[in-house]
Design a protein around this ligand. Structure first.
Ligand SMILES: [Zn+2]
Ligand SMILES: [Zn+2]
Length: 265
């Protein structure tokens, strides 16, 4: 939160986005402190076995308190609407979703199991609300991923999707050794991935990867000229602090705008 406040001071243009993230973090922290461990055997050897046919974390393993999730759905949608990140129609749809006590577990399961590279929205009910659900599920997913990451070695994983939850990366970090670690947009787990291969379509032709940096050189963006998607990276080799996905997600909004202007998505 301190970094988000600093970002606001340094770049006033990002104030609205930073304020939204501060509000979401506050909401999520309130819930996360009481999320129990996932119901999966947390033994290194067992987890390693699951990784071989991964991803590790099945929907059944997640400890989701459905009334907490419904609260988070409503509160997230409200915060996003108040910061102009969600329009009135989608806000109403998010409220409806939060009211579906009986159907919600099935809808969330479809979302959880349905995210694969290149696939479209998982259901018409969720279309346009993916980011609301992703934020609302964050306390449950990060609790599970932290517990598993502490006890497993993900080095053998070489896919472009998350070894724990199967989600897609939405950020990366370039380490001091010039490795690129992808960071899952859902559960925040990290895994090593070939620096110049597209994680979404696995295009490895370097001449068809367009890369550019932010003005200060702190961030890079790798765009794929085959599937036209992109992933941003925090360059930790020239940084005074470690990667912070929430802060870096806001700080790279100008890079997103540049990529979208070039036709990437
Ligand atoms: Zn994940
Ligand atoms: Zn691609």
């Amino acid at each position: 939160m301190a970094e988000l406040r600093r970002l606001k001071q340094d770049q006033p243009d990002l104030t609205a986005a930073a304020d939204l993230q501060i509000e979401l973090l506050q909401l999520q922290r309130r819930i996360q402190t009481r999320v129990p461990l996932p119901s999966i055997r947390l033994e290194a050897e067992y987890l390693q076995g699951l990784l071989a046919s991964g991803p590790i974390l099945q929907f059944e393993h997640l400890s989701v308190d459905w009334s907490d999730l419904r609260f988070l759905l409503r509160a997230t949608a409200t915060a996003m609407r108040n910061h102009d990140a969600l329009d009135e129609v989608d806000y109403k749809r998010a409220e409806d979703l939060a009211r579906q006590a009986e159907r919600l577990p099935g809808i969330v399961r479809t979302w959880y199991e349905g995210v694969r590279p290149g696939s479209g929205p998982v259901s018409s009910e969720l279309e346009g609300l993916e980011s609301v659900l992703q934020q609302a599920m964050r306390p449950f997913l990060t609790r599970a991923s932290e517990a598993i990451m502490a006890r497993s070695d993900l080095a053998g994983w070489n896919r472009g999707t998350c070894p724990l939850c199967g989600g897609e990366p939405d950020l990366a970090v370039i380490t001091a050794a010039a490795d690129r670690l992808l960071i899952c947009g859902r559960c925040a787990s990290r895994w090593r991935f070939e620096p110049l291969t597209c994680p979404f379509c696995l295009n490895a032709d370097r001449s068809r990867i367009t890369s550019f940096a932010s003005r200060d050189g702190q961030y890079r963006l790798y765009a794929c000229d085959v599937c036209e998607r992109y992933v941003k990276a925090y360059d930790a080799r020239r940084a005074s602090r470690p990667v912070m996905p929430v802060v870096d997600g806001v700080a790279t909004l100008p890079l997103d705008a540049a990529a979208i202007q070039k036709g990437y998505k």
